[in-house]
Design a protein around this ligand. Structure first.
Ligand code: ZN
Ligand code: ZN
Ligand code: ZN
Length: 160
């Protein structure tokens, strides 16, 4: 199995251009494999989400997107985000109502998102064993689990 957290991404500073180009390559590959279209809008939104490892909100994205297209509306952003989430290229951070780019979209993963409350950086960590435990526990109560979101708040290495 591919390592789930790109350790280079956790180091600050690092060559973030590499993270970005890797994610865009993954996006092209995933879309080609699944017969989906990576339109210019979708690609631009992905670039904006992945421009840093910090969580970014939809309206922040709209502001940035409007630098290219002043007439863009929130629905433009939400539709592109829906597509990117469906493709596994972007994850929503529910507790912040914000988004991050996935650094390992080509690998199936069950992760916990670590969120720094000081700088809003967010990173994924493999948590498949936690998922397994919780799913098994819930099944024992005859509950049928479908999805699980785990978000861990705290301070990142640079901020602590
Ligand atoms: Zn990076
Ligand atoms: Zn991910
Ligand atoms: Zn931080």
């Amino acid at each position: 199995m591919k390592k789930l957290v790109d350790e280079k991404a956790l180091q600050q500073p690092h060559n973030h251009q590499l993270c970005m180009s890797q994610t865009l390559l993954s996006a092209e590959k995933i879309c080609a494999d699944q017969g989906m279209r990576l339109t210019a809008i979708r690609r631009r939104i992905l670039e904006l989400v992945c421009s840093s490892h910090k969580a970014i909100g939809a309206y922040e994205l709209l502001d940035l997107f409007q630098e290219d297209d002043a007439k863009a509306k929130p629905v433009t952003i939400y539709r592109a985000l829906d597509f990117l989430m469906e493709a596994g290229l972007v994850h929503k951070i529910e507790s912040l109502n914000a988004f991050i780019g996935c650094m390992q979209a080509e690998t199936k993963h069950q992760s916990v998102i670590l969120i720094c409350d000081a700088c809003k950086s967010a990173f994924e960590l493999d948590a498949s064993s936690v998922y397994k435990t919780l799913f098994t526990m819930s099944e024992k109560t005859r509950f049928t689990p479908t999805s699980l979101t785990i978000e861990l708040h705290g301070l990142c290495f640079s901020c602590s």
